[in-house]
Design a protein around this ligand. Structure first.
Ligand SMILES: [Zn+2]
Length: 311
């Protein structure tokens, strides 16, 4: 009988679960709607049912489930498994998710911020395989981040480290939902790109980030400049990370990655201008590889690490 863990990626829209083996093989991927608006009791109940269904699938394929790893967006007290607050689950305040799940599942459960989990996933089975020190930036609607040092998530004193999206890159810049102004997230996310475009154009109609990428590819100068400027601000953030952490690799994921050729040269130019030459030259900057699977694979990697059976 093989040993597997259940990797869970609890997003505001989708709940993804999968069985992951010790060598990172992923089986029985399930994606279901989260229905965050149903409130915390129903979402936790749904989570328990989905995990139990995966336990049954594992047994049927002759595997034993050793633990559950869960990635959750928001401020997570990783050591205690408490969701302090989450923008995707507005009614979750200091929710003891680890305790609630363990009480119903009779399995060890490990909770982590979703971006930290995704970073560990990319390091284990994605772009960062064989890399010990790596930073993931997820450029989506917001900007998530995860820092892997010596093969482990850098958790910080409370498990809340890695909030790269809330690095200040523009003093007195746009107000961010976190309370700060000028956070990287307000410029290098799909939302930030749309805001920059709208500020500079006379357009009052809605436009999506994908439409901006497409018009840049079609040669529209304004769209191209918006993406180059986004790349420059991203480069400022990455130059800071390189000087502080001297990582081997920076991995960039999330939907904005689709615009890679439109921003990456500005990013690299800004890094050359600002970061120390040696670490800046040796840091590889690459797109993520795992896509939507990074979260479940990383949550599983975390569970294996906590069980001390991986690596
Ligand atoms: Zn912020």
């Amino acid at each position: 009988m093989g040993l597997v863990v259940i990797g869970v990626d609890l997003g505001g829209t989708n709940l993804r679960t999968a069985l992951v083996s010790q060598n990172g093989a992923v089986a029985d991927k399930v994606k279901e709607p989260t229905r965050a608006s149903d409130g915390h009791a129903k979402v936790v109940q749904k989570l328990i049912e989905s995990i139990k269904a995966q336990q049954v699938r594992a047994l049927r394929s002759g595997n034993a489930v050793a633990a559950v790893g869960v990635g959750v967006p928001g401020v997570i007290h990783a050591h205690t498994g408490v969701v302090v607050k989450s923008p995707n689950f507005p009614d979750w305040n200091n929710l003891p998710l680890k305790k609630d799940l363990e009480a119903s599942l009779a399995l060890p459960v490990f909770i982590e911020n979703d971006a930290n989990a995704a970073a560990l996933g990319e390091q284990w089975r994605g772009a960062g395989q064989g890399i010990k020190s790596m930073i993931l930036l997820t450029l989506g609607t917001g900007v998530g981040g995860g820092i892997i040092l010596d093969g482990r998530i850098w958790a910080g004193a409370d498990g809340m480290a890695g909030e790269i999206g809330h690095m200040t890159i523009m003093p007195d810049g746009r107000r961010c939902g976190c309370g700060n102004t000028g956070c990287l997230e307000m410029y290098a996310s799909s939302r930030g790109i749309v805001m920059t475009y709208q500020e500079r154009s006379s357009l009052t109609a809605m436009i999506t980030s994908e439409e901006i990428y497409q018009s840049a590819r079609d040669g529209d100068v304004l769209s191209g400049d918006v993406l180059k400027d986004m790349g420059r601000l991203l480069g400022i953030g990455i130059a800071n990370l390189i000087n502080i952490f001297n990582p081997e690799m920076i991995v960039i994921g999330g939907g904005v990655k689709d615009a890679w050729p439109l921003f990456i040269e500005s990013t690299r130019a800004e890094i050359r201008k600002r970061a120390f030459e040696y670490p800046a030259t040796r840091t590889k900057i690459v797109p993520s590889m795992l896509g939507d699977d990074a979260g479940v694979i990383g949550a599983a990697a975390l569970a294996f690490q906590k069980l001390n059976t991986v690596h």
